[in-house]
Design a protein around this ligand. Structure first.
Ligand SMILES: NC(=O)c1ccc[n+]([C@@H]2O[C@H](COP(=O)([O-])OP(=O)(O)OC[C@H]3O[C@@H](n4cnc5c(N)ncnc54)[C@H](OP(=O)(O)O)[C@@H]3O)[C@@H](O)[C@H]2O)c1
Length: 349
């Protein structure tokens, strides 16, 4: 199901998240990406999320685009959202040439003249030239290399600064889930005032908000888990009160899922999709196994009683502190310590 993300541009309410296909995400990856991508497109899930620093993923989508042209003699009917994540150790010297170099590399890899949506990330607000960097993106948009500009993980004051500087930002990609409602603190209000959409990741907490872990014992240290998403969201579970508190919430969600004849994952995604200013949920797509299930998310609605029940259960959790991405930005936090900061310079051209 598509909606108008911004004037004249439509995207799917469920976006296929391709971080899961990055070489750095999970070294035991076993899927067949071009065939899988064709299956997503055939199922009507035509919007993909990737990034300049998801190793190998832009190239894969470019390869798929060329394969599709050869097979069908026509251009691919997809929307590909990428990111621009300047390396942390280069922030002071980010220039127009640096930004344009990354944008041109994404255009080459994705085999397009204009990128559909480029989502800008900035690691450290104490390095102030993020407004200039975003202005370079706006210039590249005016020149036709980019169709639309988004941001990712921006907090409300810094995003407003970009908007006030005339950068036409249409969306913010943020973590938003049953466990993490930080966007509700200031971001939803800003999106309302400045007519932007939220594109939400972490809606399934890497798989924790599915039946896979329901009733299971605590799998242990975040850093020992199977892939990088599980590591990231295990830390969020610890923020909101730990394994038992999370299992209690999962029990409530499971009852609501039974009532509608759907899965825990469907209810978790639906919860986010029904929130104000949410355009899409970005659901990690390691393979095609969950296509039918994720389509079911779009075929039912939570009722008022469900929302009330969920909020009562959520009230037993602690809140993730701060605004969007603030605990991740804190260099001393466990969230910051698991991140890779300088992946751009390691990529081939
Ligand atoms: N901007 C950022 O900073 C940022 C950060 C993180 C992620 N992202 C984006 O968001 C996307 C999503 O990643 P995420 O890490 O947040 O993961 P997620 O979407 O919360 O979880 C993805 C995992 O959930 C499982 N799953 C998916 N659909 C399911 C269904 N219907 N039923 C049961 N299980 C299901 C799959 O696990 P199994 O394969 O094990 O079954 C999948 O790998 C990424 O690909 C990326 O595009 C962006």
């Amino acid at each position: 199901m598509m909606y108008e993300l911004t004037d004249g541009y439509e995207a799917c309410r469920i976006i296929n998240g391709y971080w899961q296909l990055s070489a750095k995400h999970n070294e035991n990856q076993t899927s067949t990406p071009v065939e899988d991508t064709a299956e997503f497109v055939d199922a009507g899930l035509t919007t993909f999320d990737c990034a300049d620093h998801y190793t190998g993923v832009e190239e894969l989508l470019g390869e798929f685009r060329n394969w599709y042209r050869r097979e069908h003699g026509t251009d691919l009917p997809v929307q590909i959202h990428t990111k621009i994540v300047p390396d942390r150790n280069r922030l002071e010297s980010v220039s127009r040439a640096y930004i344009e170099g990354i944008v041109d590399r994404s255009r080459r890899r994705l085999c397009v003249d204009a990128l559909d949506l480029v989502q800008f990330h900035w690691w450290d607000y104490s390095v102030k030239n993020y407004v200039d960097a975003a202005r370079h993106l706006a210039d590249l948009r005016d020149e036709g290399k980019i169709r639309h500009i988004g941001v990712t993980n921006f907090d409300a004051p810094r995003l407003e600064a970009l908007l006030d500087a005339g950068v036409p930002v249409v969306s913010n990609q943020v973590q938003y889930s049953l466990l993490d409602t930080r966007p509700e603190r200031e971001m939803v209000d800003l999106c309302e005032r400045r007519d932007m959409k939220l594109l939400c990741y972490g809606t399934l907490a890497g798989g924790f908000l599915t039946s896979k872990f329901a009733g299971e014992p605590d799998p242990g240290e975040a850093t020992d888990l199977e892939n990088r998403s599980l590591t990231k969201y295990k830390l969020i579970i610890e923020e909101v009160g730990g394994w038992e508190a999370y299992q209690n919430l999962l029990g409530t969600v499971s009852d609501i899922a039974d009532k509608h004849g759907v899965s825990i994952a469907n209810v978790a995604t639906r919860y986010v999709l029904e929130k104000p200013r949410v355009g899409s949920a970005i659901v990690g797509a390691r393979n095609t196994r969950h296509i039918e299930s994720n389509q079911r998310t779009l075929a039912f609605e939570l009722d008022d009683e469900d929302h009330r029940t969920i909020e009562v259960a959520r009230a037993h959790l602690a809140e993730v502190p701060g605004g969007v991405y603030s605990v991740e930005r804190d260099q001393d936090s466990r969230h910051a310590k698991i991140m890779n900061y300088n992946l751009n310079q390691k990529q081939d051209n």
